[in-house]
Write a protein that binds this ligand. Structure first.
Ligand code: 0WE
Length: 264
């Protein structure tokens, strides 16, 4: 099936939205796919980066779609987060959407036996990949004066054992639980919190994962749709959840995985 979103975008479904995008590393990033979707539908965007190397990647991408706010943010540093939201408050005065597309585990914890995960490896995976959403929600809440939505990215390894995903699976399970508890807390302010559980897709985060190519090949053979997903699929669902389609959806984890999660 080939579709374009042109008629949908023509209605500018995200016009007037101010959206913060955290987790763009390059043009293949899922956060970038969501950013593009929001931009085409009329949203105004701000981006963050971690360190100078990524700044050199993110700044040109951000500028290519007219974003004027590009700020550093290490999600495990409260001071940096505080400064980021102070600047957003000054420049925008409000916030409608936050895309959280950030995860990290030590490379050695993404292979071998989960039982060998160190205390520090467990801590860092949980802090960067799960707690950061809680901190973000807390900083975003005062700016989301007209309601809003928070969206994060998860993976099936949160629910079932995916060999080698290990401590990331535990962190994604925590992340999906955070989505539910945040949804309950922030619901009265009309702030929605959701996750997209995406099928495996080749991004920088997946580069260098052992046997990733064969995982993609297996997904292309064994999922109901017999093909892997594309970044754009995540972009469209992200736009849906953060736009008019999502108004009464909160606390959910929705799949874009060619149906992989139904298989036994
Ligand atoms: O969530 C992920 C990966 C996130 C990730 C990637 C890295 C690579 C570089 C977190 N931390 C790191 N740390 C690094 O040093 N995915 C959904 C992609 C992924 O990663 C896997 C997968 C899949 C799928 C790891 C093992 C098995 C499957």
């Amino acid at each position: 099936m080939s579709t374009t979103n042109e008629r949908y975008w023509a209605e500018r479904p995200y016009a007037g939205q101010k959206a913060l995008i955290i987790g763009v590393a390059n043009e293949r990033s899922l956060a970038w796919a969501i950013a593009r979707e929001l931009h085409q539908g009329g949203a105004e965007l701000a981006f963050t980066y971690l360190g100078e190397a990524l700044e050199r990647r993110v700044r040109p991408l951000a500028e290519s779609i007219g974003a004027t706010i590009v700020e550093p943010c290490n999600v495990s540093d409260d001071q940096q987060m505080e400064l980021l939201f102070k600047k957003l408050g000054e420049k925008w005065g409000k916030l409608d959407t936050v895309i959280h597309s950030v995860a990290f585990a030590n490379r050695e914890d993404l292979e071998g036996r989960f039982v060998d995960t160190s205390r520090e490896g467990f801590r860092v995976a949980m802090d960067v990949s799960a707690y950061s959403l809680v901190a973000l929600a807390r900083y975003a809440e005062p700016l989301m004066t007209q309601g809003g939505s928070l969206l994060t990215l998860s993976y099936y390894g949160a629910e079932k054992v995916v060999p080698n995903y290990n401590v990331m699976g535990v962190a994604k399970a925590a992340l999906e639980a955070c989505v539910r508890y945040l949804a309950w807390d922030l619901g009265p302010k009309k702030i929605r919190v959701n996750a997209i559980s995406a099928g495996a897709v080749k991004t920088l985060a997946a580069a260098g994962i052992r046997d990733f190519r064969s995982m993609l090949a297996a997904a292309a053979e064994n999922t109901p749709l017999r093909e892997t997903i594309h970044q754009e699929d995540v972009g469209r669902l992200g736009g849906f959840l953060c736009g008019p389609g999502g108004v009464h959806i909160t606390g959910s984890t929705m799949y874009v995985d060619s149906g992989a999660h139904i298989m036994g």
